[in-house]
Design a protein around this ligand. Structure first.
Ligand code: ATP
Ligand code: MG
Length: 446
């Protein structure tokens, strides 16, 4: 049928020799059938976690899901083999995890508890077991629940967003009954933790069909629970005299995401959320002119809450907030070098490219050309000012500080003092931070 990497074969042979059944399942089989590369190997076996650990003592056991992870190198790349014991799932109490995991006896039972038909295909190295027509659905590009979709979503509401994530990654449609059940059961997503939603949301954002995925969240009613701030933005029109906007704020957000030059999940999330502050900032005057003053400040505040809800790391949160807070940056050719440098400092060197990508996405998402001569000039100037060497005038203190603290009149002593401090900063003895430099001047008094 298809050949498995040697490492995978050896691994399966090893378990077979000990008398266990073992199959490749899930994403790996999907990828094999679609001829996509895979680095995520999921297995199902009748060996219990303890029995797997006895054979692979370096494995780590995730108690919650009954999965043993084993690190195995394939062609120099680290792969995690995720080995799960045949399971049935019953006794769901909180829509999140089965209240207890029960081992199943057969492969068929295990496949029956899996979420979608394309994920319920098993391969033993020779033959395929496919009780739910998963291969047909792969051909038809359809995400279809195993069994009664409504019942399956009630068992585990994470499946609601997994369906959309898989559709976005694979470019598939969602089968009609499954889709209708997602709409009916969308509210159940409230029971799912922020981090699990985040993991699926990020996979949607990184996928080739990110915009379609988010639109699907909107149209099924899931967005209202996951990102209510964005959901509301679809009600905010921005067509007005003297304005170029053609879309409502929500549609503009999705169109911007569709045009993202970056594949980074946080940058894409920032692109998606950059205008959510417009919902609260919306004003319309007597002439019909619509304005959104300070929407970037309002949006940055809202996005802090979103970041907390989705359990982003501090670093991710900071980047998201920064990109939204500064997305209205000006690219006029009238700016001084100092202003360009301030932009770099405000946004952070490491975020400059993402900030520019957001602007390109924002422009395209409004129906404009991706760039303009001003934006191109601005990019050049960013490069240029960064090439310029660090100068005395870049210090976070100036002559006035020196005169004040040392009680000096204007004269050569001022410049000498600044030069002395400048040299110490270059040599790395001092940090270019105002507090530290002011203290240093104070020390020079004695
Ligand atoms: P990928 O690894 O590419 O993210 P995957 O389909 O392998 O996709 P995993 O999270 O690795 O996803 O899960 C492996 C398999 O376990 C799935 O293919 C599916 O059969 C099953 N599975 C995962 N999550 C669920 C769930 N919430 N409900 C039922 N089955 C699930
Ligand atoms: Mg997987």
């Amino acid at each position: 049928m298809f050949t498995l990497p040697e490492e995978v074969k050896d691994f399966m042979d090893n378990l077979n020799k000990k008398g266990y059944q073992i199959y490749v399942v899930g994403g790996a089989v999907r990828d094999l059938l679609l001829k996509n590369e895979t680095s995520n190997w999921d297995f199902t076996t009748n060996a219990t976690p303890d029995e797997v650990l006895k054979l692979y003592p370096n494995g780590f056991y995730n108690n919650q899901f009954g999965t043993v992870g084993i690190e195995i190198e394939i062609n120099g790349n680290k792969n995690i083999f995720e080995v799960t014991t045949y399971r049935k799932e019953e006794n769901y109490t909180n829509l999140r995890h089965p209240s207890k995991i029960e081992w199943a006896k057969t492969l068929e039972e295990d496949l029956a508890r899996r979420d979608f038909t394309i994920n319920a295909i098993a391969y033993d190295g020779e033959k395929i077991t496919d009780p739910y027509s998963g291969q047909k659905h792969l051909k038809d590009k359809l995400i279809t629940a195993v069994g009664d979709p409504d019942k399956r979503f009630n068992e585990d509401a994470l499946r609601l967003i997994r369906a959309i994530r898989l559709a976005s990654q694979l470019g598939f449609q969602i089968e009609e009954k499954t889709r209708e059940a997602i709409k009916k059961d969308a509210h159940l997503i409230k029971h799912i933790s922020g981090e699990r939603i985040r993991d699926e949301l990020f996979k949607i954002l990184r996928s080739d069909n990110a915009a379609e995925g988010i639109l699907f969240l909107k149209n099924t009613g899931l967005l209202k629970y996951i990102l209510p701030e964005l959901d509301e933005a679809f009600l905010v029109g921005q067509k007005s005299p003297k304005r170029h906007h053609i879309y409502d704020v929500g549609t503009h957000s999705i169109m911007s995401l569709k045009n993202s030059p970056s594949k980074d999940a946080i940058t894409r999330l920032a692109i998606l959320l950059h205008d959510i502050g417009k919902v609260k900032a919306y004003r319309k005057d007597q002439t019909g002119l619509i304005t959104f003053y300070n929407h970037e400040v309002i949006g940055a505040k809202q996005v802090e809450q979103i970041a907390d809800r989705l359990r982003l790391s501090n670093k991710q949160k900071e980047k998201l907030v920064t990109l939204i807070r500064h997305h209205q940056f000006s690219v006029t050719e009238m700016q001084t070098d100092k202003a360009v440098r301030r932009f770099i400092r405000d946004v952070g060197k490491e975020n400059v490219q993402d900030m520019l990508d957001l602007r390109v996405a924002d422009r395209s998402g409004s129906g404009a050309t991706p760039t303009s001569w001003r934006l191109e000039l601005f990019k050049k100037r960013i490069e240029e000012v960064q090439k310029e060497p660090f100068k005395v005038t870049d210090l976070k203190i100036n002559g006035n500080d020196v005169m004040k603290i040392l009680n000096l009149k204007p004269g050569p002593k001022i410049g000498e003092t600044l030069n002395q401090i400048f040299n110490e900063v270059i040599e790395g003895k001092l940090k270019n931070e105002r507090e530290e430099l002011l203290k240093k001047i104070l020390d020079l008094r004695f």
